[in-house]
Design a protein around this ligand. Structure first.
Ligand code: 3HB
Length: 314
């Protein structure tokens, strides 16, 4: 009898958290969300479970942010790119060559300036930012030889549409073309774009290398993800459950950096063996464009100077 009552009460109090992502189910962010959900269920004795909606099943990130505001969606692992559209200060995290690799990106995201930015989210977005993770460093995959920055002039480049990246490509003289991840392969195939701003995971998992053969390993920006929970969902949780959700989100997002460091090493060779011409590039490739970008963004996002100082210590 006692067992029956306990089992009943566990089910009656169970809450399913809906978590949306724009990335495909096999992307590392989706894996991290899945692992977080499993551990959350164990740690809360089944009071909470997580159901994933990957690949933009619930709409764009802008739509998911709205759904979290109304409480229709509980959680998202979302690009910080989307957050910049609501809170421009976050744009500072996309400063070119702020960090050298995913490991440094992760360290900087744990520091005071980046953590301080999370405090702006409840008022500006109606969500609570639990913690950050990374994607692979940004690079370009082009259908034209791009050994020299001048080669980018007038080219149509697929970008994730948000101001820091729009400014970057405008300064390079390229025509930036916003487009969801799912459309990129076809757009490269039919010439709608000449190149993409992307990371190695996308180039590999979306098989973009089949359609463009010049990989510019520039590592020009980090590309963080933030774990968000709806303010309404948060309000209905006990302090103990909130602490567990925060801890586990930070843990699983925090493991992404090590994953990408290893993934980058291996995948570069895999892509080269598919006949792709790989060229490495650093800040010198972009000449004075980087200073121009910095002048614009130090005004729009003054936290950039703190981030640069913290990055120097890494
Ligand atoms: C993107 O290029 O828009 C993107 C890349 C990711 C994850 C999410 C968005 O690795």
């Amino acid at each position: 009898m006692c067992v029956v009552v306990l089992a009943f009460s566990a089910v009656a109090g169970a809450k399913e958290l809906k978590l949306g992502l724009i990335v495909p189910g096999d992307h590392a962010w989706s894996q991290a969300a899945r692992e977080m959900g499993k551990e959350l269920e164990q740690r809360t004795d089944g009071r909470y479970s997580v159901t994933l909606f990957p690949a933009g099943q619930l709409g764009s990130e802008a739509q998911m942010l709205q759904q979290m505001q109304t409480g229709a969606l509980d959680m998202s692992f979302m690009t910080v790119a989307q957050v910049v559209n609501r809170v421009p200060e976050f744009g500072a995290l996309f400063a070119p060559y702020l960090v050298k690799n995913e490991k440094q990106a992760d360290q900087l995201l744990r520091g005071p300036a980046a953590q301080g930015l999370l405090e702006k989210l409840p008022v500006k977005t109606g969500t609570v930012g639990l913690g950050y993770g990374v994607a692979g460093m940004r690079m370009m995959l082009n259908a034209f030889p791009s050994d020299n920055v001048a080669a980018l002039e007038g080219r149509k480049i697929r970008i994730t549409p948000f101001p820091p990246v729009q400014d970057f490509y405008r300064l390079l003289g390229a025509v930036s073309t916003p487009m969801p991840l799912t459309d990129v392969y076809d757009a490269l195939a039919n010439g709608q774009v000449d190149g993409v701003d992307a990371d190695l995971e996308l180039v590999w998992k979306l098989r973009l290398y089949e359609r463009a053969k010049n990989l510019l390993l520039s590592g020009h920006m980090m590309f963080p993800v933030v774990g968000l929970v709806s303010g309404r969902t948060w309000a209905g949780m006990s302090q103990e459950d909130r602490d567990v959700l925060r801890e586990l989100t930070r843990k699983h997002l925090g493991e992404l950096a090590a994953y990408y460091m290893a993934f980058g090493e291996k995948t570069r060779a895999d892509i080269e063996s598919e006949g792709v011409n790989v060229v490495e590039a650093g800040p010198a490739y972009f000449g004075d464009k980087l200073d121009q970008w910095e002048k614009i963004w130090i005004e729009k996002a003054p936290v950039l100077s703190e981030l640069r100082k913290e990055a120097e210590q890494l």
